[in-house]
Ligand binder design. Structure first.
Ligand code: PEP
Ligand code: MG
Length: 752
């Protein structure tokens, strides 16, 4: 049975089109189950019906379309479970379709084809003889339907069943908020790295010259782009161009390509292999940000290829606004179209953390990524791109366009309203101070956006420099990086977190194989096992802080007091060493405040015991949610149950705030929840007075707080602690925000 099942799924998957796939499916299922009839009905969501798409046994020319909930097929779809009947006709929902020749069949077994809770269709087998299908037949059909669902879902996203119906809605990941309404536009003429075939050349020096010229041209282009965006973008976003130039001049990358050329490879083929090898290193990482660096390396390769192939002519001229569609979005593409003509971007590949996405956000261009589609099929069609929800509507009705146009206007006026809050200190309507800090460190560049509207840096993640190299960064290299950040905020606190490496962010030069990386050698566990690396990092931070005195040290993944004490001993040692060195040159170094991340649930029960050992707490709601709910934060399959508004997370947050207050320990929240309007409102209501978030959320959250009275926030948060449903908590808090005049903000939604 298993082999038959695998064979059917494989034949379906390799079929040239869906039509052929469905015919193969019904034929092979009949054979495998030794049944006389097999039919497949697919859901037509536009018409709200199940349509007969292929059959073996019924009359294939019969046009059968059943409304959802109609007939036996409708029952299967509605209940989303199999229906096994010896006498189909006796079932109250039975609906005859004489044209199909169905009369000849007595027994019926139908099973839904479900993908991510959505019934995509129904698979039916029938027999002349009245008999109930046995358990093994039923489980065969159920297993087959489950496997087919994935194939069908993909086919649907690619262009609709049988290519007759175009998709009307495509879903992806929200990568940059905002709404774009325009004609879709794609340029398929650019050479693609994946299309480069193996090729060799005997003329090594010619190929090397071509490579040099392409590297020069690409470097010039990136420098030009950087200049062009210099005024529009913050430093964090501009860093991508520096990163590209840096990578282009990286001797290792050049050497890798050169060696391949010297071994006889043609330049384009050498570039493809090297770029793929480099990007594979990043794509193996679980951390979504670092995974996204794989795309940056590919983009770089793409540009090199472009210059190597020296295409004739320039990009086609665009005269009216477009929504740009691409397999892979690149910074160059974003730059090639004037901002005023770029209404939005949609990409098949990439993630919300890719640099192209960061750029799109910084430029205020709505974007969605990870959309399963063929760009060329949508070329020139009118689309609405909703970057908040991550959806693309194709050829929408006039009424929908009007509605969205209104939203666009509301959004524009809302954003300028938010900006007004930036200059004033973060506080609630009645003046309760709430510090708003910045999360930073995701840039490979040592510079970060200097945001005047913040009270400091609440979380500086230090992983990236460790991951960008092929070895541990030296102490001096680290000092340089950290100093640049501390110096950017001379009068404000900067919380630097020690290395949170391992598990989900493996170092390319230290391979660790683990079954459960999130529960493995991560964060402080790694640092304590490698005091050498930890000491160097802490020393570098301390040295960087000399004269600036705004450093605060944060330890990730602390799960108990012993770890904390061990880490503190090492921090003291580093301090003694740096202090002595500083003294010898007449300088002095301040002892930084020391805090821990509250993100491993076990530490919740130890806070009273460790309060005297630390100076502050910082709650990492991303990991706290992951570990409390046992939901992998990077797994798309369980993404809908990863919810920081889960009542258990809220109760944990409430008790952390209470314990912090009891011990007079400042407590900040630096997970994504702090930048979410609903999350920020609840956190302040629970007693938090420090929130740390990404740049893009700062103005919005400051504005939100300025409109809400503190007392009302407390009441709302306490009421939410009595609820047991995350959706109800969100809905109620959104209603609360709307009552306080923030309905537009709620409507526009929150982008993670
Ligand atoms: C968190 O876990 O919430 C956090 C802020 O840290 P990171 O996302 O880097 O794990
Ligand atoms: Mg964390």
């Amino acid at each position: 049975m298993l082999t038959q099942l695998r064979n059917i799924v494989q034949s379906v998957a390799v079929s040239a089109d869906l039509d052929q796939a469905l015919h193969t499916l019904v034929q092979q299922t009949c054979l495998a189950m030794r049944t006389e009839c097999c039919s497949v009905y697919l859901a037509n969501f536009e018409q709200q019906s199940f349509d007969l798409m292929a059959t073996q046994g019924l009359d294939p020319s019969a046009q059968v379309s059943m409304s959802f909930g109609d007939g036996l097929v409708g029952v299967v779809g509605q209940r989303a479970e199999p229906l096994n009947l010896a006498y189909a006709r006796r079932h109250p929902a039975f609906k005859p379709f004489p044209a199909t020749g169905e009369d000849a069949f007595q027994s019926f077994l139908g099973t839904p084809i479900i993908y991510r809770k959505k019934v995509l269709g129904v698979l039916v087998v029938q027999q002349h003889q009245p008999r109930q299908f046995d358990e093994s037949e039923e489980s065969f059909l159920v297993t087959l339907a489950a496997q087919l669902a994935v194939v069908f879902a993909h086919a649907d996203a690619q262009g609709g069943w049988q290519g007759t119906r175009s998709p009307i809605l495509l879903e992806g990941m929200p990568a940059s908020p905002g709404i774009g309404i325009a004609q879709a536009w794609c340029d398929e003429s650019q050479p693609r790295l994946e299309d480069v075939a193996p090729a060799s050349s005997l003329d090594v020096s010619r190929e090397l010259d071509r490579l040099d010229a392409a590297i020069d041209e690409a470097s010039t282009e990136f420098r030009r782009l950087r200049k062009r965006f210099d005024k529009e973008l913050q430093k964090d976003a501009l860093a991508i161009f520096d990163l590209f130039v840096h990578l282009l001049n990286d001797p290792m990358l050049r050497e890798d390509i050169t060696v391949r050329i010297q071994q006889g490879d043609e330049a384009t083929w050498a570039v493809r292999q090297t770029v793929e090898a480099f990007s594979a290193r990043f794509s193996l990482m679980d951390d979504p940000y670092l995974k996204a660096r794989a795309d940056d390396v590919k983009e770089l390769g793409q540009r090199l290829l472009y210059f190597l192939m020296a295409p004739a002519g320039s990009a086609p001229a665009i005269s009216s606004p477009v929504v740009l569609l691409a397999h892979e979005l690149t910074a160059g593409m974003l730059a090639s179209i004037p901002r005023t003509l770029l209404a939005g971007v949609v990409a098949e590949q990439g993630a919300a953390n890719s640099h192209a996405a960061i750029l799109a956000r910084a430029l205020g261009i709505p974007a969605i990524m990870g959309v399963s589609f063929s760009p060329s099929r949508l070329h020139h069609k009118t689309v609405i791109l909703d970057g908040h929800k991550g959806i693309l509507m194709i050829e929408p009705a006039e009424a929908l366009i009007n509605e969205y146009q209104q939203l666009v206007q509301e959004e524009a006026s809302l954003q300028s309203t938010f900006e007004t809050a930036l200059a004033s200190p973060g506080q609630t309507q009645d003046g309760t101070r709430v510090e708003v800090h910045l999360n930073a460190g995701l840039s490979a560049d040592s510079q970060i956006a200097i945001n005047q509207g913040v009270d400091g840096v609440g979380l500086f993640r230090t992983e990236v420099p460790f991951l960008m190299l092929r070895r541990f960064p030296s102490e001096d290299e680290q000092v340089k990086q950290y100093r640049a950040i501390l110096a950017s905020y001379p009068d404000k606190p900067v919380v630097m977190r020690t290395l949170d490496i391992g598990g989900d962010k493996p170092l390319p030069y230290l391979s660790v194989e683990e079954d459960n990386p999130f529960l493995g050698w991560r964060g402080i566990r790694f640092s304590l096992d490698h005091p050498d690396i930890f000491l160097i990092q802490v020393r570098a931070m301390l040295r960087a802080s000399i004269g600036l005195n705004n450093l605060k040290l944060l330890l990730p993944m602390i799960s108990g007091r012993n770890e904390l004490l061990e880490a503190k001993t090492l921090v003291s040692r580093a301090y003694q060493e740096v202090s002595q060195e500083a003294e010898s040159t007449g300088e002095s170094v301040n002892i930084p405040m020391l805090g821990i991340m509250v993100e491993v649930p076990s530490i919740l029960y130890q806070l009273d015991n460790i309060a005297r050992d630390i100076d502050f707490l910082s709650v990492g709601t991303n990991d706290l949610t992951q570990y409390l709910l046992a939901v992998d934060r990077n797994n798309a399959r369980v993404a809908d149950i990863f919810d920081a508004l889960h009542p258990s997370v809220l109760h944990a947050l409430s008790s952390i705030a209470t314990m912090g207050a009891r011990h007079q320990l400042p407590v900040s929240v630096c997970g994504e929840l702090a930048g979410d309007p609903v999350g920020a409102a609840l956190l302040v209501g629970l007693g938090y007075q420090q929130l740390s978030m990404n740049t893009r959320n700062v103005a919005k959250i400051k504005y939100l707080l300025s409109r809400l009275p503190h007392e009302a926030l407390v009441v709302q948060a306490n009421t939410m602690l009595t609820l047991d449903d995350p959706d109800a908590i969100r809905a109620s808090t959104e209603a609360f925000l709307a009552e306080h005049g923030l309905d537009a903000l709620v409507k526009i939604g929150q982008m993670r």
